[in-house]
Design a protein around this ligand. Sequence first.
Ligand SMILES: C[S@@+](CC[C@H](N)C(=O)[O-])C[C@H]1O[C@@H](n2cnc3c(N)ncnc32)[C@H](O)[C@@H]1O
Length: 265
Amino acid sequence: MDYAHARHAGNAGDVFKHVALLAVLDELLRDPAPLEYVETHAGDGLYPLGSNGEWSDGIQRLWTDPGTPYASVALVSRYAQLVRGFSKPVAARPEVYPGSPLIAKALLRPGDRMRLFEIDAQAARVLRRTVPDAEVKQEDGLAQLAAPPRALVLIDPPYTQKQQWIDAARAAARIPGVPLLLWYPIKALTRPRALIHELAKQGVHGTAVELHWTPLRLKRDRLNGSGLIFVSLPRAPVGAVCAALVDLGPALQTHGEWGAVEIGF
Ligand SMILES: C[S@@+](CC[C@H](N)C(=O)[O-])C[C@H]1O[C@@H](n2cnc3c(N)ncnc32)[C@H](O)[C@@H]1O
């Protein structure tokens, strides 16, 4: 594999994605019927953090006293506290970062299931150790994706190749009506807008919410922002994520300004 998420764990993209995951699970778990949580690109599940890393512009920015009031109180505070729970209570900085499978596991109920795809052998081994009760498949998550009965699907590819943008849209089109969260990186708007166009062309409609923590006019090695696409989901989690932007934007901005966009399609 030409991608290892460990380098990026806990960065601003993870923060935005995992706050949204929390909001979506909050909503879907209001229904007592069992839920299957499906991830096409699950990663390691848990990432030890070195003394330097992208996490310093991500989760570190929320590493405040547990009592810090955020305007979008419940959601961002709960996310920050959930992540804090994986490090020692007195730690001045995060020691490890929980990936999406562990964020989901923290919310899922005993009757719910997790089906996790991870193509990299080493990452799949770590994932099996990290979430032993999940069904972990060392397979191509996009190729294997099928419509489960009552589920939430998270699609979170590494986007190291242009084709992954197209494959993600095509996979989304194969599961009509299934609640879906799709994450994408933003360095410029060309590919994100092409993704939305491709989804619509495939008959997939929903809402995209983007957070730009670095002005798009600045070209950097790192992300300028990221986006989340909500499909076949009620408005409540989209609204909760939009409300959280007033906390996440100021916390994650890198150059004194931030922006956000909501696109319905
Ligand atoms: C962005 S990371 C996942 C992070 C994880 N979703 C999280 O938020 O904690 C992408 C992962 O996808 C894996 N991967 C890449 N191509 C894949 C494929 N076709 N099927 C399944 N996993 C894949 C990579 O090995 C990597 O671990």
